[in-house]
Design a binder for this molecule. Structure first.
Ligand SMILES: Cc1ncc(COP(=O)(O)O)c(C=O)c1O
Length: 408
């Protein structure tokens, strides 16, 4: 077996070669200082925006390099993926005029299926999860003689992701810490192999969801172990076991792997959107989450957090925004019992409007048997300027005989 250092050296060599290929088909994504996140974290925080990459994530880099290295006689490529890798491979294959078949689990989101088809691949929906889709992809590879493109456990795919490392060092030579999300580990392996080779003093830190802590568990065990995958908003990181190559590279080169909670990821997605106008998917917000939560702190020095992707369903964003607004006290849910007579609602809404509240939902719960006679339960969801204003509205309604309580 190749010793780990040889492996990193080989990845570095291929990543140097990948730069030329990747840069002619993918974007050099921006790396910008974030004053908001710097203030919140006490480090000088820079974000690198792979959510602005072609296909919406960094995955296209590895796919382009991998496909560019296939022999001219290849009949086609096949892979299994529910997300970003599917779009990356579909796009890369179309660049080189190669047939691509992507097996997606039938649970994959409509928008990702449509995007993958949109780049030209044949999409086959099969199985209830990634593993079942992967079996089908292997069968297709065998039957049709197609080349299988693994999402992370592949030297060329890893080298393609490593091109991000060159861009970071080029744009921010004084960087001291780089924070990267970790799924199967292809992304961090590529970046660490490049950065540690060119500037070994830079710390490389991986971030994975608390709900799928495969690297944390495997490093503790000293060998690859499989963990249970509890649901996570960072679906791109929901891989149960580290890749083989990645495990060797991470053991050797990565300074630390830390975990973030679902709340921390959701909060980071919300802040990125509200303050930074940046749309990140769950996996894409994991590295910023580690910084905002204070779990990674570069002590006032320069740190880069990778926003690795932005492919997220708008319905998920809608739910996230509602929760975030409620947490920030900008949406108040109030409930009370009010007389069930004409005009009540108009009086109540008049008070709310005069105090700057905007009613977005009205629910009469007439089946609530706890309501006094001739009363109905009324629940109002109201946009308010602040938590304090919501309390003032309740006080004012109370003075007029309408007793409401704020629901948490
Ligand atoms: C947006 C995003 N970030 C990070 C990752 C993790 O990449 P890797 O599996 O190479 O660790 C993925 C993987 O799908 C992803 O889609």
């Amino acid at each position: 077996m190749t010793p780990p250092l040889g492996l990193a050296e080989e990845i570095y060599r291929r990543a140097s070669d990948a730069r030329r290929v990747v840069s002619s088909h993918a974007r050099k994504t921006p790396l910008d200082y974030s004053s908001t996140f710097s203030k919140m974290s006490g480090s000088q925080v820079y974000l690198k925006y792979e959510n602005l990459q072609k296909t919406g994530s960094f995955k296209v880099r590895g796919a382009i390099y991998k496909v560019s290295r296939l022999s001219a006689s290849v009949k086609g490529v096949v892979t299994a993926s529910a997300g970003n890798h599917a779009q990356g491979v579909s796009y890369a294959a179309s660049l080189y005029g190669i047939r691509a078949t992507i097996v997606m689990p039938s649970t994959a989101s409509i928008s990702k299926i449509e995007a993958t088809r949109g780049y030209g691949a044949e999409v086959i929906l099969h199985g209830a999860n990634y593993n079942e889709a992967e079996e089908k992809a292997l069968e297709i590879a065998r039957k049709r003689g197609y080349e299988l493109v693994h999402p992370f456990d592949d030297m060329d795919v890893i080298a393609g992701q490593g091109t991000i490392g060159f861009e970071i060092l080029e744009d921010l030579p004084g960087v001291e810490t780089v924070v990267v999300p970790v799924g199967g580990g292809g992304l961090i392996s590529g970046i660490a192999s490049v950065i540690k080779r060119l500037k070994p003093s830079v710390k490389v830190i991986g971030v994975e969801p608390e709900n799928v802590p495969k690297f944390t568990a495997s490093l503790k065990e000293g060998g690859i172990v499989e963990v249970e995958a509890r649901p996570t908003i960072a679906d791109g990181l929901a891989v149960k076991r580290p890749g083989k190559i990645a495990f060797d590279i991470v053991s050797e080169l990565v300074d630390d792997i830390i975990t973030v909670s679902e709340e921390e990821i959701a909060e980071a997605m919300y802040l990125l959107l509200e303050r930074g106008k940046v749309l990140a998917e769950g996996a894409g917000a994991a590295a910023p989450a580690a910084v905002i939560s204070g779990k990674v702190n570069a002590g006032g020095r320069k740190l880069v957090a990778l926003v690795s992707g932005g492919n997220v369903d708008l319905t998920a964003i809608y739910r996230l925004l509602l929760r975030g607004l409620a947490r920030a006290g900008r949406i108040a849910s109030m409930r009370g019992y009010v007389p069930d007579v004409p005009g009540t609602l108009s009086k109540i809404s008049g008070v709310i409007a005069s105090m700057g509240g905007n009613i977005v939902e009205v629910i009469h719960e007439r089946t609530d048997m706890r309501a006094p006679a001739w009363h109905t339960a009324l629940r109002l969801v109201v946009e308010v300027p602040s938590k304090r204003r919501a309390r003032e509205i309740l006080e004012e309604l109370g003075k007029r005989g309408y007793s409401f309580e704020l629901e948490e």
